[in-house]
Write a protein that binds this ligand. Structure first.
Ligand code: SOE
Length: 383
């Protein structure tokens, strides 16, 4: 009897996310055995030949191209994984869907809600599977948080409070890379990091209803990567803050910054309900903190820290025995296994995977935060 079939993969982009995604594709047969299909890293695209050639050798792609259309058109390719800067999410993704490729697109789906709407409208009419790579949905502790909230264990939810803090731009000499330019990124930490915590709020608690936002650019000019003697303008936010209301009546705060000195990848959320609370910190991603008011009666009180490594939790049994913790890279293996499974079984990407509608709604919420920051007024969301 023949085993799982091979499935051809093209990754667009050869940098950080290509490293994470290609590692994930290659790891699936090792951990999720038998795999839904055996990923075959057919081709990687990058603009600069010497860099994409190196990535192909480093990550194990059979081919490399400097024209993304050649990757999308390659007859061996069935999945296009778009890991390019946000300005390059729209066109290659549309082309890939039109060519009948399944598409995984890195977050945020697009630079703005106009682009995201085109992608969603195209995806929902297509027969291929499409998903946005909101990888933190695939942390076992995050799925436990969602299960706890949606089971009613915390009762009525009063607050969702989230922050995603880094500090890699606190040095004014850090160069002007694509993430700092509106035409390439659409926004700064709002889109890069805020999109994650907005998605987690929607995934765990529910839809957002209104936002009031503020943005700030602390350092207006930075050295150009190729010519540090020259400076260029930063045209996105360096940080954002928002006060939000959700459709279930909860209120909360969102913030993201690349100037939170000492915070390296601090994606932290807390949910407060009438019966208790939960708290998650990505820098301790195997743990979920839980507080239940009923513990006060038994004079236990205090927060408990759940080590989310039992085989009863999602994905864990693919890896190690309880207590043998997993890492940031496993969130991509879990996510890409889930996407492969949806492709092979014909199952839905929702509810655990982020659909292109989730990506569109995410962009609408971020556009509303920028609009509110501009007008100084609360924005009620309409999708
Ligand atoms: C850079 O800020 C970055 O790599 C983001 O682009 C990712 O989405 C986040 O998970 C880690 O930080």
């Amino acid at each position: 009897m023949s085993g799982p079939r091979r499935i051809g993969v093209a990754i667009l982009g050869y940098a950080f996310m290509c490293k994470a995604h290609s590692h994930a594709f290659k790891s699936i047969p090792h951990f999720f055995y038998p795999p839904p299909a055996i990923p075959d890293l057919v081709v990687v695209y990058g603009r600069t030949e010497e860099k994409v050639k190196l990535a192909a050798a480093n990550y194990g792609f059979r081919k490399y191209v400097t024209d993304w259309r050649k990757a999308v058109d390659d007859p061996e390719v069935e999945i296009v994984d778009n890991c390019l800067p946000n300005s390059m999410h729209l066109e290659p993704t549309l082309e890939a869907i039109e060519k009948g490729r399944h598409v995984l697109c890195e977050k945020p789906l697009a630079r703005n809600s106009e682009e995201a709407k085109i992608l969603w409208d195209t995806a929902r009419k297509a027969r291929v599977k499409t998903m946005v790579a909101f990888n933190y949905r695939f942390v076992p502790a995050v799925q436990l948080a969602r299960k706890i909230v949606q089971s009613g264990m915390l009762g009525r939810i009063y607050h969702f409070r989230a922050r995603y803090l880094q500090d890699w731009l606190v040095d004014p000499n850090a160069p002007l890379t694509w993430r700092l330019k509106k035409e390439d990124a659409g926004s700064g930490p709002l889109g890069d990091l805020g999109s994650h915590i907005i998605d987690l709020g929607r995934f765990i608690v529910g839809e957002f209803k209104s936002v009031m936002g503020m943005v700030k650019t602390f350092i207006e000019e930075r050295p150009l990567p190729d010519n540090p003697a020259e400076k260029g303008r930063v045209t996105v936010d360096d940080a954002f803050e928002a006060v939000v209301e959700l459709e279930n009546g909860a209120i909360g705060t969102l913030e993201a910054s690349r100037f939170a000195t000492g915070r390296k990848n601090y994606n932290n959320f807390e949910v407060n309900g009438e019966k208790g609370s939960i708290e998650f910190n990505l820098e301790r991603l195997n743990e979920l903190k839980l507080y239940l008011r009923e513990w006060e009666k038994d004079s236990i009180g205090g927060w408990d820290t759940v080590l989310v490594t039992e085989k009863t939790h999602p994905y864990i049994k693919a890896y190690w025995p309880p207590g043998h913790i997993i890492g940031w890279e496993h969130t991509f293996i879990n996510e890409i296994w889930y996407f492969l499974n949806a492709i092979v079984t014909g199952g839905d990407v929702a509810p655990l995977g982020a659909t292109f509608e989730d990506g569109y709604r995410n962009n609408v919420i971020m556009d509303a935060i920028l609009k509110s920051a501009e007008t100084g007024r609360k924005v009620t969301l309409s999708f």
